[in-house]
Design a protein around this ligand. Structure first.
Ligand code: SF4
Length: 362
């Protein structure tokens, strides 16, 4: 497929004041002290910026007026600008946000009974080149800052008036390729003085950057749930769809998942995108069951959401069910992701592509 030509929004005039959104409580405390304020201002800033999501320092009513005015002079509260929103008949809402430099990212809100799950982007584009992914065609334009990552959740909550209950880093980008910003965003999102998400409800999904998985596993101060996107059961098959496998083959990846499970006492998730006719046979399912025996993690089956021009087909319902049954019989916890938002192009990268070239979309 050809790479889409991407439209951008008009950039805002550069503002030299540092953005405070997306900074950890410790960083906000250090910032306050550095600028002559008392250390407890750090906690107050955390609460105002990330829990109450105010957009003006003047609204921080328990901070002395002199400090509020000083903050407004030396810092800013970064915002994402909503460019476009699409709503699916099933309730899924996709948002396209413009960043300050005019680039755009997308964020998807998936309601399911009481749950509100937000699929968050971590990069503009992606360098990983997975063949089944629209974002891959764009290449990597840049990493998002922690403020832009956290800002997606804050902006969606402002726009919808609803509290996000679960977050998954499964939007555009490979989270562990933008390691430090993602680590900081995870800390902000799980800070009980800030956004306050439960760590079990915050999933970092990776295509398999093994050294980064191991590093994140050891960072005990970063609380999250791990999901690994596997999508194949042999190295040859995986290399065909995921170039990252040439650097980090399946054996090393499974060992990293086992290490995570041991250290974190959490089984973690393996995600498996079922590509029709490519990796969805009963033999694939049996190989997957054998491969994951050392980790016995939970398995998320994701039937491919085929779009026009995509190189793969959606699997048949029968193939999905047979695959699932084999894994269940082998003793795994298996979840099959319901297709959500198909009518609004739910796969990552699709809304952004539609914005760029509306006439080419079905
Ligand atoms: S699937 Fe994820 S890691 Fe792979 S290219 Fe797409 S955004 Fe990047």
């Amino acid at each position: 497929m050809e790479s889409p030509t991407l439209e951008t929004a008009a950039p805002l005039a550069a503002d030299p004041r540092p953005d405070l959104v997306g900074r950890t409580r410790e960083e906000l405390t250090a910032f306050a002290v550095e600028h002559g304020m008392r250390p407890f201002r750090g906690q107050q800033l955390t609460e105002w910026l990330h829990r109450h999501a105010v957009v003006d320092f003047a609204a921080m009513t328990n901070i002395a007026r002199a400090d509020r005015e000083r903050l407004a002079r030396i810092a800013r509260i970064g915002r994402l600008r909503p460019v476009r929103e699409e709503r699916s008949a099933d309730g899924t809402r996709k948002f396209l946000f413009a960043l300050e430099d005019g680039r755009t990212v997308e964020t998807v809100l998936i309601p399911d009974e009481e749950r509100r799950t937000l699929c968050i982007s971590t990069q503009v584009g992606c360098a990983m080149g997975c063949r089944f992914c629209l974002t891959a065609q764009q290449g990597l334009e840049r990493h998002l800052t922690s403020g832009e990552i956290v800002g997606q959740l804050l902006e969606v909550q402002r726009l919808t008036g609803e509290r996000v209950t679960n977050a998954v880093f499964m939007g555009m980008g490979e989270p562990l390729h933008n390691f430090e910003a993602v680590v900081r965003a995870v800390q902000v999102l799980t800070d009980d003085r800030g956004v306050g998400l439960s760590a079990r409800r915050l999933t970092v999904s990776t295509c398999g950057l093994v050294p980064r998985i191991r590093e994140l596993t050891e960072r005990r101060e970063v609380r999250f749930a791990l999901a690994v996107s596997l999508n194949a059961t042999t190295d040859a098959q995986r290399e065909e769809v995921m170039p990252v496998n040439r650097r980090y083959p399946i054996r090393e990846l499974v060992a990293a998942i086992a290490h995570y499970a041991r250290v974190r006492r959490d089984m973690g998730f393996v995600e498996y995108v079922l590509l029709g006719g490519f990796n969805d046979t009963p033999e694939d399912a049996r190989r997957l069951a054998r491969l994951l025996r050392p980790v016995r993690c939970k398995i998320n089956l994701i039937p491919y959401n085929a779009v026009e021009g995509a190189p793969y087909a959606a699997p048949t319902e029968e193939a999905v069910e047979t695959f699932r049954r084999i894994l269940l019989d082998a003793g795994y916890s298996v979840f099959t992701r319901k297709p959500r938002g198909r009518d609004i192009r739910a796969a990552c990268g699709q809304l952004r592509q539609a914005q760029a070239a509306p006439s080419t979309q079905p």
